[in-house]
Design a protein around this ligand. Structure first.
Ligand SMILES: Nc1ncnc2c1ncn2[C@@H]1O[C@H](COP(=O)(O)OP(=O)(O)O)[C@@H](O)[C@H]1O
Ligand SMILES: Cc1cn([C@H]2C[C@H](O)[C@@H](COP(=O)(O)OP(=O)(O)O)O2)c(=O)[nH]c1=O
Length: 742
């Protein structure tokens, strides 16, 4: 039994991440910034066979691409003489890589949405193989440019096909992790690897030319690059799932090619979410272009020259990497629609500050922060494009965004140097200090303003009437304050009672509910298993001693099924209505009984429960702790033992240890009480803690005129008197909870 997993620091509580059901990092404690969770999530994503294959082949192509870029820039500069020409050749290569996208991008997107994506990818990979291989064979600058142009044009068909196919391979909640993986691979791992390999190739250059006199190291790099595309073509050919929808034969209504193109644009223009994404991504890229264009001058202004430029450049990538890797776990509870705009504004603010920075180290810090925000925004944006946009139109949307990104980059790369030159270098004398007013600083300043502007615009477009004010949303999300978050959303409060058999849960649930009602609140008592009509059926299956052969996994599924129905029929509606809901047992019971008791890996049980609850978790869990001998004796005094009560003492000891370990891991969310105390004493402790929890919350209250309604049966929370659906309380109204009287 994985009790070792339960040492404090290891487990997150059950249902810890509401917005994040498929979180595979169940063993991770939130405090390590989700780093452990990320590794587990990455592993889970890579366990999806088709995605793993696609990722490996993409990584290989990306490695080849970087190697090819290094080789081509080397070729371009070696094919011409002189510094100016070399620079021109370099600029030419970059221009030829970016230019085709603007025109061809949207066409390629429409293509990706119409034709079989797998075939599109295979054909384009084979073509790129041929073109890359042709560059060293032809060995001429003009062909180099032409081939570049063609390769880039062909890639434009490959990218949207790939981007649109990936969301069909994974669960929605895994897409962000997949994007993290792809981005880190493409911009973090493969360029470094390619640079290393290129360096090795260059130093080994003469050996190679001795063996093959006509082949130099640059040629070799290009051949390697070409080969990676051939390998990718083979891999993708063997991945039928990329074809997706089309392979399944769903015939979409036929639309003309240009009709579908127009449809793509009108969709992007008229859907607020997409409009926001497009505005945000394009604006941010324009700002990025300004930063690239002014980088050299800015580094000089800081007095660092080449070395400073290198440092600043590296800092951007460090920041981007941090943002992409850590962003999702830091801003876990925030909607991506919000994160996106906020992060762009954050990046813009850093640029703004940077434009008037004079010390290199401060500039470096700001650049890391800027990259960090940009990484978060990029990831959030791309994940939204994948999760929120229907398969039929995804290719076009991705393509339009790709085109605009390139257009924005080119435009600012072209315009900014003129601006810098035009403004020139001035300084303003302010008595004691002289402030330099130079082209690059002004341009950076403008870029910062631009980013802030588009961030705000994007935010406005995408934030469709969320009721929670932004600042409170951000603060509570960063603090991981779930109670405050539910309060912000105007929801109720969930209190769970946990503990072994005969611990006194039913007794205390009843007392608490009676007290809250007498205080004028709408309080609902419920229980697991069996509080819904279908749940009652499940209850009789799991508790009937006649059922001796229930396998642990099937037992776990039965409890999860009961819980799913319970959340759907009772908990969610009641919480949405602003009630205080008290449940006798919840997720922790499954962790303790099926996890520790039946020794199913705790992570599996946790995942199952999270899926069943859709992220609903208690605001407070009250653990009535008791040696199992005592509890079982009490329970036996009550009725004949059910199927679980009849388990061995050792089983119940494991159950108890697990409950305690769960509580220790999250002391703020648990109240652990010694269940051997008198019922009155226990109830008093509970009232104090609950009064503290509820004070000030906007909860449903019984109207002043209607008398508090004590329970009809008065004896116990009967397991039969719970309505399956939750009617809105007839006399209730919502308002801030006054001070309660424990
Ligand atoms: N604090 C307590 N001390 C002693 N006996 C208790 C206490 N709380 C409850 N009991 C008794 O123990 C038995 C089991 O209580 P119950 O509330 O049904 O527990 P659970 O719901 O946890 O199984 C009942 O007979 C109840 O009267
Ligand atoms: C909710 C839940 C209960 N159980 C077990 C614990 C109890 O033995 C039984 C529920 O019985 P119940 O009679 O509701 O509990 P108690 O005896 O404490 O009043 O089901 C699980 O094993 N897993 C779960 O997820």
């Amino acid at each position: 039994m994985p009790l070792t997993e339960l040492d404090p620091g290891a487990p997150a509580g059950p249902g810890k991440e509401p917005a994040d059901e498929g979180h595979a990092g169940e063993g991770a404690h939130p405090d390590v910034l989700g780093a452990v969770g990320l590794v587990a999530k990455l592993r889970a994503v890579l366990r999806v066979k088709d995605f793993r294959k696609l990722w490996l082949s993409m990584s290989l192509s990306s490695f080849g691409d970087w190697l090819g870029l290094l080789a081509i820039t080397a070729t371009a500069t070696s094919l011409v003489e002189g510094f100016a020409a070399a620079n021109f050749a370099l600029g030419g290569v970059l221009l030829f890589r970016l230019l085709p996208a603007i025109v061809l991008g949207p066409l390629a997107g429409a293509f990706a949405d119409r034709f079989d994506r797998r075939k599109t990818m295979v054909i384009t990979d084979v073509m790129r193989f041929g073109l890359f291989a042709s560059i060293p064979i032809v060995d001429n600058l003009v062909w180099l440019f032409v081939a570049q142009f063609l390769i880039e044009a062909i890639s434009l068909f490959w990218i949207p096909a790939k981007d649109a196919a990936v969301p069909n391979m994974l669960r929605k909640d895994q897409l962000e992790t997949a994007n993290q993986l792809s981005l880190v691979t493409t911009y973090g791992l493969t360029p470094v690897l390619a640079a290393l390999v290129f360096a090795v190739l260059t130093t080994a250059g003469h050996q190679i030319s001795r063996l093959l006199p006509t082949v130099d190291e640059v040629d070799l790099a290009l051949y390697v690059n070409a080969l990676t595309f051939l390998v990718a073509a083979v891999v993708i050919w063997n991945l039928p799932s990329i074809s997706g929808r089309r392979a399944a034969g769903t015939s979409a209504p036929r639309e003309s090619f240009f009709g579908s193109l127009r449809h793509g644009f009108s969709f992007a223009g008229h859907t607020p979410l997409v409009r926001g994404l497009v505005v945000g991504i394009t604006g941010a890229m324009a700002a990025a272009g300004v930063i690239i264009a002014t980088g050299q001058a800015f580094a000089n202004a800081l007095g660092g020259g080449e070395a400073a430029y290198g440092l600043l450049f590296g800092a951007v990538f460090i920041g981007l990497g941090l943002g992409i890797a850590l962003g999702p776990s830091i801003a876990r509870d925030l909607a991506r629609e919000r994160i996106f705009g906020v992060a762009i504004v954050g990046a813009g603010a850093m640029v703004l500050l940077m434009s008037w920075t004079f010390a290199l180290w401060i500039a470096l810090l700001l650049v890391v922060l800027m990259g960090f925000f940009a990484g978060i925004a990029y990831l959030a944006g791309f994940t939204l494009l994948g999760t929120e946009i229907e398969d039929e139109i995804r290719g076009r949307t991705f393509a339009i965004v790709q085109s605009l990104i390139r257009a924005a980059l080119i435009l600012s790369l072209a315009v900014v140097p003129f601006g810098v030159g035009l403004i020139g270098r001035h300084s303003v004398d302010l008595g004691p200090v002289t402030i330099p007013v130079t082209g690059e600083r002004i341009m950076l300043f403008v870029a910062g303003l631009l980013a802030i502007g588009v961030g705000v615009l994007a935010y406005r477009q995408m934030d469709d009437g969320r009721p929670v004010p932004l600042l409170a949303d951000v603060v509570t999300a960063l603090r991981r304050d779930t109670t405050a978050r539910r309060r912000l959303a105007g929801g109720g409060v969930l209190i769970a009672f946990e503990g072994g058999e005969g611990a006194g849960k039913s007794t205390q649930v009843r007392r608490l509910q009676e007290w809250l009602t007498s205080e004028g609140l709408v309080a609902r008592a419920t229980f697991e298993p069996g509080a819904t009509p279908s749940g009652a059926g499940i209850r009789s299956i799991v508790l009937d001693r006649a059922h001796t052969g229930i396998a642990p996994r099937s037992e776990a599924l039965l409890y999860a099924a009961d819980r799913a129905q319970h959340v759907h029929d009772v908990l969610r509606p009641a919480l949405d209505a602003g009630e205080v809901v008290i449940t006798d047992r919840f997720v922790d019971s499954s962790l303790a009984y099926q996890g520790a008791g039946r020794t199913i890996p705790l992570d599996d049980v946790r995942m199952l429960s999270r899926w069943a609850t859709g992220g609903v978790q208690p605001d407070l869990t009250i653990l009535l702790d008791l040696p199992p001998e005592v509890g079982l004796a009490r329970a036996r005094g009550r009725a004949v033992a059910d199927r679980l009560e009849s388990e061995s003492l050792e089983f119940h000891q494991r159950v108890r240890q697990t409950f305690r370990a769960l509580a220790e891991a999250e002391p703020d969310r648990y109240l652990v009480l010694d269940a051997r105390e008198s019922p009155e004493a226990i109830a008093a402790h509970i009232r104090v803690r609950v009064a503290e929890l509820l004070s000030g919350l906007p909860l449903q209250q019984l109207a002043q005129t209607s008398a508090p309604e004590p329970r009809a049966d008065g004896s116990s929370v009967s397991h039969d008197d719970l309505a399956a659906s939750v009617p809105h309380h007839p006399h209730a109204q919502t308002g801030p909870t006054p001070q309660l009287h424990p």
